[in-house]
Design a protein around this ligand. Structure first.
Ligand SMILES: [Mn+2]
Length: 390
C-alpha cells in the first residue's frame, strides 16, 4: 500500500497546531534546534529486506496478514515506511533470501520510493537448496578448504549483486564456532576465517567497505569464531583500511558496556556500522528502545562525540541498520517505533552540552557530569511525549 502525498499532508495538517505549540516551546528551551533538526533529517536508517515479514522463534511462527512475499513487495513496504517517517531511506539486502533477479528494475523501483541500497548481507549460516557442501560445522572456519572456498565464492557473488544496485558495503556475520569443548582448534578456526576473509577482501571494489560482525553466542554455544569486538577488530586490522567492525546491540554478553566499545572503536577508526535492536536476556531482537532506552542514549552520546572527534559525517560515514525480529507486532508498526526510538536517542545525544561535560570531567565533578547527561536525556521526553499522548 502506498499513500499519496495529499493523504499524508491532510493527516499532518490535523496535528499541525498542536505540533507547532510544542515545537515553539522546545526550540525556545534548547540551543540550536534548527541544527539538530537538520541532522535528524539527514540521518537515515536502513531497513533489512528480512524485516518486513513476521519473525519467529525456535518454537513457532505466527504470520500476520499482508506480509510481502517478493522483493518488489518488500521494497514497497519500506517505501511506505519512508513515506511516513522520512528516515528509512535505505534497504539492506540479504542474499540469497532476496536475490535481485532484474537488478535494473529493482534499482528503479527503489528510486521511485527514494530508497538507496545500503550494506549487502551474505549468508553462510544455513544450507540452501542444491548447495554442494554443508555449513553444519562452519563456513569460513571449516576444516575442509572446499567448504571455505564455497563461502568465499558466495560472498564475492553478493558483492556483485551489490555493485549492480549501487551498494558500497558488505556485512559478514558468521555463525561459525563450536558447541562443545574440544570440537574446534581455536587458532586454526581463526586463521582459516582470516584467510577466507582476506580472499573476499581481495575481491572488494576500491570504494567498498567490509563489515565484520561479531556475536558472543548462538547458534554455537561454547565458542564463536568472531565472538566479540576484540576478535572482530583483529580481523579488521589484519584485513586493511576497507575493513571495519560492526556492532549489533544484541550480540554481547549480558551487561556489556556497549557505549565504551563504540567509543574505542571510533577512536581506532574501525567502527563501520551498527545494527539496532533491544534485548533483556540475549539476542532478543526486540523493538529498539523498548527495554533500555537510556543505554541507547548513552551509545548515541558516544557515537556523536566519537564521530565529531574524528570529523565523520553522522549520516553517511557509518552504516545504520535495524536488525530486529517482529514476532507478534505488525513489522511496519514495529519498524516505525524502532526508527522513532533511534531518532529520539540521536536527538538526545545531540543535546548533550559537551563543553560543560568536558569541564565537569576535568574537574572530577562526578555528580555534575551525570546531571548533564540526564538533562539531555529528559528534556525531549518531557516536551515530546506529554503532548503526544495528552
Ligand atoms: Mn546483526
Amino acid at each position: 500500500m502506498i499513500l499519496n502525498k495529499s493523504q499524508i499532508d491532510a493527516h499532518n495538517e490535523k496535528g499541525l497546531a498542536k505540533h507547532k505549540k510544542s515545537f515553539d516551546y522546545v526550540s525556545g528551551t534548547i540551543p540550536d534546534a534548527e541544527g539538530i533538526i537538520k541532522k535528524l533529517t539527514d540521518f537515515q536508517v536502513a531497513i533489512p529486506s528480512w524485516a518486513l515479514g513476521s519473525g519467529g522463534t525456535r518454537f513457532g511462527r505466527f504470520s500476520g496478514g499482508g506480509e510481502p512475499s517478493t522483493l518488489e513487495e518488500k521494497i514497497e513496504d519500506i517505501g511506505l515506511l519512508h513515506q511516513l517517517n522520512r528516515s528509512s531511506g535505505a534497504v539492506s539486502l540479504h542474499i540469497p533470501w532476496d536475490i535481485p533477479t532484474d537488478a535494473k528494475a529493482i534499482k528503479s523501483l527503489a528510486a521511485d520510493f527514494d530508497l538507496k541500497f545500503d550494506a549487502m548481507n551474505s549468508n553462510t549460516f544455513q544450507d540452501q537448496k542444491d548447495q554442494k557442501l554443508s555449513y553444519k560445522f562452519g563456513s569460513m572456519q571449516h576444516v575442509d578448504k572446499a567448504v571455505r572456498q564455497q563461502a568465499v565464492d558466495h560472498n564475492i557473488e553478493v558483492i556483485k549483486y551489490g555493485q549492480e544496485l549501487g551498494s558500497k558495503s558488505l556485512t559478514v556475520w558468521l555463525a561459525d564456532g563450536s558447541s562443545f569443548p574440544g570440537q574446534l582448534n581455536f587458532r586454526n578456526a581463526f586463521n582459516n576465517t582470516l584467510e577466507s576473509l582476506q580472499d573476499i577482501y581481495g575481491a572488494l571494489p576500491e570504494d567498498w567497505k567490509i563489515f565484520v560482525e561479531y556475536k558472543a553466542f548462538e547458534p554455537n554455544f561454547y565458542s564463536t569464531t568472531v565472538g566479540d569486538w576484540g576478535q572482530s577488530l583483529l580481523y579488521a586490522n589484519k584485513l586493511g583500511d576497507k575493513a571495519y567492525t560492526l556492532v549489533d546491540l544484541g550480540h554481547h554478553l549480558p551487561n556489556a558496556n556497549i557505549e565504551q566499545i563504540v567509543s574505542l572503536l571510533l577512536n581506532e577508526q574501525k567502527l563501520g556500522g551498527f545494527h539496532f535492536n533491544d534485548s533483556k536476556y540475549g539476542d532478543d531482537d526486540l523493538t529498539v528502545g523498548s527495554i533500555k532506552p537510556y543505554q541507547l542514549f548513552l551509545i548515541f552520546k558516544e557515537l556523536v562525540e566519537g564521530m565529531d572527534a574524528r570529523g565523520l559525517n553522522h549520516a553517511t560515514d557509518l552504516g545504520w541498520m535495524i536488525d530486529a525480529s517482529h514476532n507478534i507486532k505488525d513489522p511496519l508498526e514495529d519498524l516505525l517505533q524502532s526508527v522513532e526510538a533511534i531518532n529520539l536517542a540521536y536527538a538526545q545525544a545531540l543535546l548533550v552540552n559537551s563543553k560543560a561535560l568536558n569541564e565537569a570531567q576535568l574537574n572530577n565533578d562526578v555528580a555534575g557530569a551525570q546531571e548533564l547527561l540526564q538533562d539531555a536525556y529528559h528534556v525531549l521526553i518531557c516536551v515530546l511525549y506529554l503532548p503526544k499522548h495528552g
